[in-house]
Write a protein that binds this ligand. Sequence first.
Ligand code: DAH
Length: 369
Amino acid sequence: MSDIEVIKKEIVEQITNASDLKALDDVRVNALGKKGRITELLKTLGSMPMEERIEFGKQINAVKAELDTLLTNQKQVLETKQLNEKLKKEVIDVTLPCRPETQGRIHPISKVYEEVVAIFSEMGFEVADGPEIEDQFHNFNALNTPPNHPARQMQDTFYVNNDVTKEFDKDSAYVVRTQTSSVQIRTMEKKQPPIRIIAPGRTYRSDYDATHTPMFHQVEGLVVDKKTTMADLKGCLYDFMKEFFEVDDLKVRFRPSFFPFTEPSAEMDIGCLKSKTELKIGTGNDWLEVLGCGMVHPNVLKACGIDPEEYQGFAFGVGMDRLAMLKYGIPDLRTFFESDVRWIKNYGFAPLDISAMTLGLSGNGGLTR
Ligand code: DAH
């Protein structure tokens, strides 16, 4: 056997015996690297007579090509082996019960969102949605609030310049919705009665103190049908509040109020006990305002192509952050949005807590908090 054949045999053996990718790469470097055995042989070509050089050159190059192929194949084999070992190590038993998460927490607003949806779903409401950047037709005009209507001043609106090539024009500008009431319009435009929806979501107003933040959350409700009365409105909201605050004999009252999109309009209060240090819901002789509501104004139905002679509806709007503050005893709204880990550890909820009427609304089996 010629020298080159011996060397080749040895290298082939080393390739087959390499047990991992690192070992294989060492073999490659020792054979074909800058100072590898085959490379060294190639270097001797220069000093050979022409005839021999041609012959030997061919031989070495053939060996080199053969080794290259072997190395590539073996690399693939080892890579597959390594991947299989890794997969085997990382195998997950999906049938295992999940462990309670110890770090993450559900934000109180997400919790309230789920609770509100759970209660209204049980009553047969669907969840509707609409855009947060809204035109003034949906946010105001169609809600019986035309330009210059004094009620527009009830809400400090953020305007959005939707055409930067033109000078800002307040009348045609978009707004970030000031109220989820815009979803009433979007729903009625798309769907004929009977309608029974809630629309939870973000809303925006230029306001900032302990009970106001520029972004906050509301849930809107809308029911439109042939026979919808103020009694339906009161019953529905009373049931909701009882379920939400988990107080069976909750006291409530409705006070006359004004909203441009409802007639008559009302505000709903719940009975509570206010002292310097605490607020208790369900006892005491004090009152706390929780929402605005009323019978849908005929102009609103007309703006959406629904005949007010045939249909009536009721609507309501609740601040979800306020509900969270009241139910879970959180005194300052601004803290909701400060992303302070200590705060969420204190006020947040266990991730596996499911809000469902059948499980007890705010917690399941004591896992809460
Ligand atoms: N959109 C009102 C607000 O943001 C709340 C509201 C009041 C909504 C009465 C309604 C309603 O649907 O009927 O202040």
